[in-house]
Design a binder for this molecule. Structure first.
Ligand SMILES: Cc1cc2nc3c(=O)[nH]c(=O)nc-3n(C[C@H](O)[C@H](O)[C@H](O)COP(=O)(O)OP(=O)(O)OC[C@H]3O[C@@H](n4cnc5c(N)ncnc54)[C@H](O)[C@@H]3O)c2cc1C
Ligand SMILES: NC(=O)c1ccc[n+]([C@@H]2O[C@H](COP(=O)([O-])OP(=O)(O)OC[C@H]3O[C@@H](n4cnc5c(N)ncnc54)[C@H](O)[C@@H]3O)[C@@H](O)[C@H]2O)c1
Length: 451
């Protein structure tokens, strides 16, 4: 088999898998390499198993709301169905044969191994050298970042990869990091009965989202008896054979398990980017609008730093694939990247936060409305916590950012994502009819406060 091909894809996360398959189906000679599992973090260690866990945990939370609304419910949490679904349905016991077969079925050649660029058109995968005449595509994603906290490295801590593979919910859990991964898993385990403490170095949880969103979630998680320690740098970690101790400025926390969810790491040097003249001292590559980082070299997904989300990886894959095939089409744009943290309530957001907009010198108008005081929120009652916040560019008269926290907050976000993406004039949004009594009707109330 010739080692001179059209395209080599290094790393087959969600975007890389889609792009490699599309190019192979289009008739190009494509080699796809993955060191671990085809499909990447999302199906095996990320989105899908965590959302299965959350779905189960939310059903427990909803059952706990029965006394407020509908009588009595006898709730006895059991983690076994979650573990079984993750193993059997989400990950096929962490086996990617179906995905490999799907790719090879489209005509691609798959190699399990670590890929590294060795020159403008050359890639080494394991012991083999390949020449890619049309494109090299990087979709290598990220690994969990482990902060240099004294003692931590020597302990048997969990990352997301261990947490989603748990067979049982631990009795107690300390979560380092109050971002998306930390909070989603913290709340899910807590709903199964785990005693959870979250240690977040920033002054608030979800520090990059709107402060109003952070506040709603802080109130909900505190009411669910999670212990939130914010502005709390972990100073030391130890493990005595049975449990963890984490020292924070306020004292010591102890738990059976420790989950490190403090962000993600890339390794640009390990990808050989110096061989094509790129700086490897940075965390992310810098692609142009067609995802090129050098002539004939493309990068998609988390390593581009445009939003570590499956939908960004897939979007970039489509743009890059079109460009590699020589088809016309728009380049990538990022003014309306949506994101949803699947806590309950869900925290959906799109575009810029108020703080980000002000940092850019944009003259903004903002408005918020509380979900519990909307008609649907009031009807919903137990579990109705939420807020909608809009950020308008005062000069252009369009929304440039929005946040939707609440039951189905991620679904409510879709209307706001359309508005931000298509730059629908705020005056036009104010003329729209919002179905009664939906959660999304609260958007109308927020719009009426924008002046
Ligand atoms: C717990 C958790 C929950 C998440 N939930 C969501 C969610 O709900 N929604 C959402 O949109 N996103 C979510 N994400 C983020 C999402 O998983 C990623 O954004 C998504 O997987 C896209 O990543 P990627 O395309 O960059 O590649 P990845 O999925 O990171 O895959 C990269 C692949 O490249 C391989 N690789 C790396 N280096 C090499 C190399 N040198 N040679 C060969 N192969 C290599 C790896 O083995 C891996 O298979 C979650 C992440 C985590 C951890
Ligand atoms: N629903 C989703 O779409 C979803 C879910 C999970 C993850 N993700 C993606 O994965 C990415 C990574 O998630 P993440 O939660 O690891 O990262 P994150 O950047 O979202 O959150 C990490 C948190 O850890 C804190 N932190 C950093 N160092 C710390 C330390 N030493 N001690 C205590 N806290 C510390 C940070 O201040 C931050 O709040 C996210 O940015 C997101 O894009 C998406």
């Amino acid at each position: 088999m010739s080692n001179t091909v059209d395209v080599v894809v290094i790393g087959m996360g969600p975007g890389g898998e889609a792009l490699a398959g599309q190019l192979a189906e289009a008739g190009l000679a494509v080699v796809g390499a993955d060191a671990r599992l085809v499909g990447g973090e999302c199906p095996y260690y990320g989105c899908i198993p965590s959302k299965m866990m959350i779905r189960a945990a939310n059903s427990l939370a909803e059952a706990r709301r029965v006394p407020a609304l509908a009588g009595q419910a006898d709730i006895r949490p059991d983690f076994a169905p979650v573990a079984a679904r993750t193993r059997d349905e989400a990950t096929d016991n962490w086996n990617d044969q179906v995905a490999v077969d799907r790719f090879t079925g489209k005509g691609g050649r798959f190699i399990r191994g670590h890929g590294r660029i060795t020159g403008p058109q050359t890639v080494r995968i394991g012991d083999e050298e390949f020449t890619a005449t049309r494109a090299i595509v990087l979709n290598t994603g990220t690994d969990p970042a482990v902060p240099p906290i004294p003692g931590l490295a020597a302990t048997p801590f969990w990352t997301n990869r261990d947490a989603v593979a748990a067979e049982t919910a631990p009795e107690s859990l300390i979560v380092l990091g109050g971002g998306a991964i930390g909070l989603e898993l913290a709340q899910a385990f807590a709903r199964f009965g785990t005693q959870v403490s979250v240690v977040e170095v920033a002054e608030k949880i979800l520090p990059l989202e709107e402060p109003e969103a952070s506040q709603v979630l802080t109130d909900v998680l505190t009411a669910e008896e999670l212990a939130l320690h914010t502005g709390a740098p972990a100073q030391a970690v130890s493990h005595d054979g049975t449990g963890f101790t984490v020292r924070i400025p306020d004292g010591e926390l102890k738990a059976e398990r420790l989950l490190v969810a403090t962000g993600r790491a890339t390794d640009l040097a390990g990808l050989g980017l110096a061989s094509i003249g790129l700086d490897t001292d940075r965390q992310f590559v810098e692609p142009d609008e067609y995802l090129r980082i050098a002539d004939g070299v493309y990068a998609i997904g988390d390593i581009t730093g445009k939003g570590a989300f499956t939908h960004v990886s897939m979007y970039q894959a489509a743009v890059a694939a079109r460009h590699i095939l020589g088809e016309d089409g728009p380049g990538a744009e990022y003014h309306a990247v949506p994101r949803v943290t699947f806590t309950d309530p869900e925290v959906g957001a799109v575009g810029l936060t108020e703080a980000q907009a002000r940092e850019r010198g944009i003259d903004v108008l903002t408005a918020t409305t509380e979900v519990p005081s909307s008609a649907r929120g009031w009807i919903h009652q137990a579990g109705n916590d939420g807020v909608i916040k809009l950020v308008q560019d005062a000069n252009r008269g369009v929304l440039i950012g929005a946040t939707s926290v609440g039951p189905h907050g991620g679904e409510v976000l879709s209307a706001l994502a359309v508005a931000v993406h298509a730059e629908v004039p705020v005056d036009r949004l104010k003329q729209m009819i919002y179905a009664y009594p939906t959660f999304h009707r609260a958007i109308e109330d927020a719009l009426s406060r924008l002046f």
